[in-house]
Design a protein around this ligand. Structure first.
Ligand code: ZN
Length: 302
C-alpha cells in the first residue's frame, strides 16, 4: 500500500481561510521541521464560536484570532493536546473571551521516565495548561448550532484528542493524522501501542474529511489511515529483521534501516525505533535486557 503525502499548502498567515461551512482556519507563523508551515487554529460556528487549538504563545497569532473572532462571543476553546505549538495561547484567549477550555486533561507522558532517561520532547510540552472541562471518549460538547464529539486518540501525546464536528463528516485530527507527514511517536511522551490503537479507532469511523493541526486536509481519510498503519507495520517488520540479523542496539538498527536518511535526523529516528521496540517488547515479540530505553540491549523473542 502506498502512502501519498500531500505537501501542498498555502499558510496565508494572519488571514482567516474558510475551509468548510462555518469552519475557518487560521495558521500561526511558527513553521519548523515538526510544525510544517505552522499550527492550524480553527474557528467553528457563525455567531457564538468555538476555537480549536489556539496555538503557540505568539502575539501576532493572538491578534489575528481576535480579528477573525470579530467581537463575536466564544463559548469554548478546544485543545487537542498539550504541546507548545497547540495549547499555550488558550490562557490569554480565555482571559479575553471568558470561554471554557476543553481537553482530555493536563499534560502527562505515556509512561514514567526510566532512571537516567531524559524526556526528549520535554521542551515541547505545555505543563501549565489545565482544562476547565475534561472530556472522555465519545463525550459531546454542545455549542451554538454546532456540537463536538471527543475522539480520544493517544499516541503522539498521551492526552491527544481529535474532535468530530457532529453532522458534518469533519474530524479535527490534530497531530494524530496529517496529510503532509507521519506523526511523531516518541516515548515517553507518546506510545506506539496507543498510536496504532488510535489509527484502528479512526478506521472504525466514517469521517468524510480530516482537518489536521498542520497542513491541508486529508480528503480520503480511510485510505490514508490504512496507509499509515501499513507504513508502521513495514517499519516494525524491518526492526524485527534487524534483531534477527544480530543488531542489538537502537543506533545499529537506525544505521541499517535509515541508511538513506540525513544522519542529523538519526536522533529522531532512534526515538521512533524505541517506540516500536517498546511496543514489540510489550507484545512479547522482542526482548530487552531492562525496561526498554534508548540504550537498552534488544534481541528477538525466539
Ligand atoms: Zn503540533
Amino acid at each position: 500500500m502506498s502512502l501519498d503525502f500531500d505537501k501542498r499548502f498555502e499558510p496565508a498567515y494572519g488571514q482567516p481561510v474558510a475551509v468548510a461551512d462555518s469552519v475557518v482556519r487560521l495558521t500561526a507563523n511558527n513553521p519548523s521541521a515538526f510544525t510544517f508551515h505552522g499550527t492550524n487554529s480553527y474557528i467553528i460556528g457563525s455567531e457564538t464560536l468555538a476555537i480549536l487549538d489556539p496555538g503557540p504563545e505568539d502575539d501576532a497569532h493572538l491578534e489575528a484570532l481576535v480579528r477573525a473572532i470579530a467581537g463575536r462571543p466564544v463559548s469554548h476553546i478546544f485543545v487537542s493536546h498539550t504541546h507548545r505549538d497547540h495549547s499555550p495561547l488558550a490562557s490569554r484567549l480565555k482571559a479575553l473571551t471568558g470561554a471554557v477550555t476543553v481537553a482530555e486533561g493536563p499534560h502527562r507522558s505515556a509512561r514514567p521516565l526510566r532512571i537516567g532517561e531524559i524526556a526528549p520532547l520535554d521542551a515541547s510540552s505545555d505543563t501549565d495548561f489545565v482544562p476547565d472541562l475534561v472530556v472522555g471518549d465519545g463525550q459531546v460538547v454542545e455549542g451554538d448550532r454546532w456540537s463536538m464529539r471527543a475522539v480520544l486518540t493517544p499516541g503522539h501525546a498521551a492526552n491527544h484528542a481529535a474532535f468530530a464536528l457532529e453532522g458534518t463528516g469533519i474530524l479535527f485530527s490534530a497531530d494524530h493524522v496529517m496529510a503532509w507527514s507521519t506523526s511523531i511517536v516518541a516515548p515517553p511522551d507518546g506510545a506506539m501501542s496507543d498510536y496504532m490503537a488510535s489509527l484502528e479507532k479512526l478506521i472504525g469511523r466514517d469521517d468524510r474529511i480530516y482537518l489536521p493541526g498542520h497542513g491541508g486536509p486529508v480528503v480520503s481519510p480511510q485510505k490514508f489511515v490504512r496507509g499509515l498503519k501499513a507504513h508502521r507495520k513495514i517499519r516494525e517488520r524491518a526492526i524485527l529483521e534487524r534483531l534477527v540479523a544480530g543488531d542489538c542496539s537502537i543506533p545499529d538498527i537506525v544505521r541499517a534501516i535509515y541508511r538513506d536518511t540525513d544522519p542529523r535526523l538519526h536522533g529522531a529516528a532512534g526515538l521512533s525505533v524505541l517506540a516500536h521496540l517498546e511496543d514489540l517488547v510489550g507484545r512479547g515479540k522482542a526482548l530487552s535486557n531492562e525496561a526498554p530505553a534508548i540504550d537498552s540491549v534488544y534481541s528477538p523473542a525466539s
